[in-house]
Design a protein around this ligand. Structure first.
Ligand code: FRU
Length: 571
């Protein structure tokens, strides 16, 4: 059932599910050996619904190995978003005494057997969401236990093998292990569950005492838990989504939770607050070890660009209460396709690294690809940096991407005269990374005011012979950046708007860009990550040419480099 679009838009370095529908990243944790990526997943069709937790692991955050579904929809509800923590000392008491000290015999085989499971075929009419969901419901009704479901799925002819992850011996013995904290959702109730893993995260077993947190609410979800060392407890941020509140809870054992405080409504409210995240983030360029807390809150719908968006607040957290430093409201992205970010727990060096869902609820279920839907952003490292006005803002940059670079495509360009352009061919089928550092000179005095930028414009365009083009440009007069996907013809939708912009450094005619283009994804990091734009892009035909154009001023190119990126996702 793979269509041309399914192949054409399949990313090379970004995670996408084998089939089915994926949304939020969940349970992001480094366990000392693997980075885990669990994700909101409907294995039955390319639409949201019947939410399970899909699972993949990686050692570099780009090369992902699929693992069996980790949490299933049950009679208790769908498995909505949540997180994972490492309970090293078995403070939860969920782990049987001492078994973690020895390797688990048979765990590799079990994983391999389970990996043989897969998905029912998609119905002919893939547009019919009701029939997909009906089929899924029937299947779930018929299969009361996971074992039955697994058996039934693996009998299916369209099953695709998932290779098991070879278990490295490396983890030091620990008394406890990985615990997931997530929301069970029914239309009536949203409650918080915990599940523990006997085998390093491959399987998650629900605690019998679930739910561990139930306030009798139907919009109470998306717990993100961190270990708060100064007060030696776990802290959960979770939303009362319709009330636009982030609630803080504390726990010593992950089973009992005490309400600590509430934050919000604050900033943009939209319809629902979703997927909060709290992280202590390094402040760049100040005293070493200087940190501040950042609270991220995703909002859907009602983001200023339309639909789903994530805002953040910078402040202090004392173990009970988050206090913002200022009244600034800022978004993580100037595009509209970065949502529900989650920060990695237990990241080496205490760095703050996140992955977000590269999508928007406005159109995620109607994208041109059909046998699979949903993509994650590349991992991004977050630091705090002062902007020109002195306010602490987040700066976000690709994490570990350099390791994927292949030899740069030979191309030299140090200057472009007004109204000129240069172009080069893009490598076919590869993801690419483009680095640029450019200054626009003063506007040439012999040029008229008016069109094409009063004081000069610099345009980076990815185009093809069919006349499609994707442009990222800098306007020297207003010092703003734009991103324009409207001249691509592979997808139209009333909410799939075309152009976005971001104000860069006021008065500065120098700007730096780091652009990652991979199949249907574009990620733009400007000025070392001070402005980030994430966009799905759907050219009807592949983009073949990269060009640089300048109008009404000359451009000095301090640096230009184009790297093909090594493919890490083989789908
Ligand atoms: C955010 C969200 C969460 C919820 C999940 C359901 O995208 O709506 O609030 O837990 O998706 O899949």
């Amino acid at each position: 059932h793979e269509t041309l679009a399914d192949k054409q838009y399949r990313p090379n370095i970004h995670f996408s599910p084998p089939t089915g529908f994926m949304n939020d990243p969940n349970g992001l944790i480094f366990d000392g050996r693997y980075f885990h990526l669990y994700y909101q997943y409907n294995p039955f069709g390319p639409y949201a619904g019947h939410v399970h937790w899909g699972h993949a692991v990686s050692t570099d955050l780009y090369t992902w190995q699929d693992l069996p579904i980790a949490i299933r929809e049950t009679e208790a509800g769908e498995a909505y978003s949540g997180c994972a923590v490492l309970d090293r000392d078995n403070r939860s008491g969920l782990f049987p005494p001492r078994t973690q000290d020895k390797p688990q015999p048979g765990s590799v085989e079990t994983a391999a057997q389970k990996a043989a499971q897969l998905f029912p075929s998609l119905p002919e009419d893939e547009q019919d969401r009701r029939s997909v969901n009906k089929q899924a419901q029937d299947l779930l009704d018929k299969t009361k236990t996971n074992t039955d479901l697994l058996r039934q799925l693996s009998d299916n002819p369209v099953s695709r093998d998932m290779s098991p992850v070879p278990m490295a011996p490396a983890l030091p013995p620990m008394a406890g292990g990985l615990v997931a904290i997530y929301t069970r959702a029914t239309p009536q109730r949203q409650t918080q569950y915990i599940a523990w893993s006997p085998d390093g995260g491959q399987t998650l077993k629900d605690y019998e005492g679930n739910p561990v947190l139930d306030i009798g609410h139907n919009s109470f979800r998306d717990p993100k838990v961190i270990w708060h060392a100064p007060t030696e407890k776990w802290v959960m941020v979770v939303v009362r989504s319709r009330e636009h509140k982030v609630s803080f809870y504390g726990s010593f054992d992950l089973k009992h939770w005490m309400h600590l405080s509430d934050f919000g409504p604050s900033g943009i409210t939209g319809v629902d607050y979703e997927c909060p995240a709290l992280a202590e983030v390094e402040v760049e360029g100040e005293a070493p070890g200087e940190k501040r807390w950042v609270l991220f809150v995703s909002i859907n719908p009602g983001g200023p660009q339309g639909g789903s968006i994530t805002q953040y607040f910078v402040g202090q957290f004392d173990g009970e209460r988050f206090t913002p430093d200022d009244t600034i409201v800022d978004l993580t992205d100037f595009g509209k396709d970065s949502y529900a970010l989650q920060t990695y727990e237990n990241m080496p060096g205490n760095q703050t690294v996140y992955i977000a869902w590269l999508d928007n609820w406005q159109y995620c279920e109607e994208l041109p690809n059909k046998s699979w839907r949903g993509i994650m952003t590349i991992p991004r490292k977050v630091v705090l940096r002062r902007d020109t006005a002195g306010w602490l803002r987040i700066a976000q940059n690709p994490y570990g991407l350099e390791a994927l670079r292949q030899p740069a495509i030979p191309f030299a360009l140090s200057r472009l005269e007004p109204q000129s352009s240069r172009q080069l061919s893009l490598p076919t089928g590869d993801a690419v990374e483009l680095l640029l550092d450019v200054s626009l000179e003063d506007r040439a005095s012999n040029l008229p005011d008016g069109d094409q930028g009063r004081a000069g414009r610099f345009v980076v365009a990815f185009s093809n012979r069919q006349g499609e083009s994707l442009s990222i440009g800098f306007d020297g007069f207003s010092c703003q950046l734009w991103l324009d996907r409207s001249n691509l013809h592979g997808f139209t939708h009333p909410f799939f708007t075309g152009t976005f912009s971001s104000a860069l450094i006021p008065g500065s005619r120098r700007f730096k860009l780091r652009i990652v283009l991979d199949a249907c994804t574009l990620e733009v990091f400007a000025n070392e990550g001070m402005s980030v734009g994430t966009a799905l892009i759907y050219p009807a035909s592949p983009l073949e040419t990269l060009s640089f154009q300048v109008t009404n001023a000359a451009a000095v190119i301090h640096k230009v480099a184009l790297y093909p990126l090594r493919k890490t996702m083989d789908r």
